[in-house]
Write a protein of this length. Structure first.
Length: 344
């Protein structure tokens, strides 16, 4: 949670390798990976067996992962203060964003679907207000990321696997949100992005590290039946490798890089003395809203948000955006591999 996220790996010295949280995380990673691999090999996707066991593994791995991330990340006390509503009355400016976001959160739980349009408007507003900070390199980087995601998701669009909003609208505003997120990160010091820091090699390493860290979650997601059944168009070997780039890039841009940064920026003044509350508010808001956008009933979406969205948000906060993008990629990569095997 400092600007020098790229130096995080060098700060974990040898004594941390033998600490209890490190051993617990590594052990749980092995147990979950081996167990889920065996279940998938024996056709758990078709039978939905070991439901309780899979839930126990999921909860256990997430809790161990969060413990590991918290213990291996810099102190949140190093985060700077922010003041987005300077012109408001001091007694009101700290409370207004919190109350507004709570109301927005409740509205989203009741299926109003107003968060995404607001994110679009706020990203445009940020770019207008801070337009003098727009630079060519971040703009080109955002465009390259968006083009990559659009090409990766094109087969899903052509085969009607994703709707027009998911494919068109979220791609159109991916670059503006990338730019706006960079401006927010400068003001908050929360999370980070190696691509924004022009560190391509470190961005790749973060992405791959996120993939490895969330391999057990990808196996759990595949065992639960994602990405669906009777999908016959995933019949080329390269599709399972390219398809996850769409969600890994676009959804992480919207829900983690932009939403977490924005929510934290707005609520941080209300929790100056306890920034942990602002972080928890941001990751819970992002995670649950992420879950609400996946269809299904309220309870299932809420659980999905807690078990997938919140860990991704925490990973972004504790590491960087590329970590979260790699983790999201792996969550969908294993299910697409299973779909490919079923289709062929």
């Amino acid at each position: 949670m400092i600007t020098k996220k790229s130096e995080l790996s060098s700060t974990i010295n040898k004594r941390h390798m033998y600490s209890l949280y490190h051993i617990a995380f590594f052990t749980m990673w092995i147990i979950t990976t081996v167990s889920l691999g065996a279940m998938l090999y024996n056709g758990v996707r078709s039978t939905f067996q070991f439901y309780q066991e899979r839930n126990i593994l999921h909860v256990g791995y997430i809790l161990t992962l969060l413990w590991y991330l918290i213990r291996t990340s810099p102190s949140i006390n190093q985060l700077t203060d922010v003041n987005p509503l300077q012109s408001f009355n001091p007694k009101l400016k700290e409370v207004i964003p919190v109350l507004a976001l709570i109301l927005l959160f409740v509205a989203e739980l009741y299926g109003q679907g107003i968060v995404k349009p607001l994110l679009i408007l706020l990203s445009i507003w940020i770019l207008i207000v801070w337009r003098l900070e727009i630079r060519l390199t971040p703009l080109l980087t955002g465009l390259i990321i968006t083009i990559t995601a659009s090409l990766a998701g094109l087969p899903m669009w052509l085969n009607h696997y994703v709707g027009p909003f998911t494919y068109k609208v979220m791609l159109i505003f991916a670059t503006p949100m990338f730019l706006a997120s960079g401006m927010l990160l400068k003001r908050t010091g929360l999370g980070g992005s190696q691509l924004m820091n022009k560190q391509l090699r470190k961005a790749v390493l973060s992405f791959l590290s996120g993939c490895l860290m969330f391999l057990p979650i990808g196996l759990l997601n595949a065992a639960a039946g994602s990405s669906g059944y009777l999908i016959t168009w995933v019949n080329r070997w390269w599709l399972p490798f390219s398809l996850p780039l769409f969600s890994g890039i676009v959804e992480e841009l919207w829900y983690r890089l932009f939403m977490v940064s924005l929510v934290y920026y707005l609520v941080r003044p209300a929790f100056t003395k306890v920034p942990t509350i602002a972080i928890l508010f941001s990751v819970l808001f992002s995670g649950v809203v992420f879950g609400m956008g996946h269809g299904g009933n309220l309870l299932d979406n809420f659980i999905l948000g807690l078990m997938f969205g919140v860990p991704l948000a925490i990973l972004f906060v504790m590491r960087d955006w590329e970590y979260a993008a790699g983790a999201h990629y792996m969550i969908n990569f294993i299910p697409w591999i299973m779909v490919f095997l079923e289709a062929t």
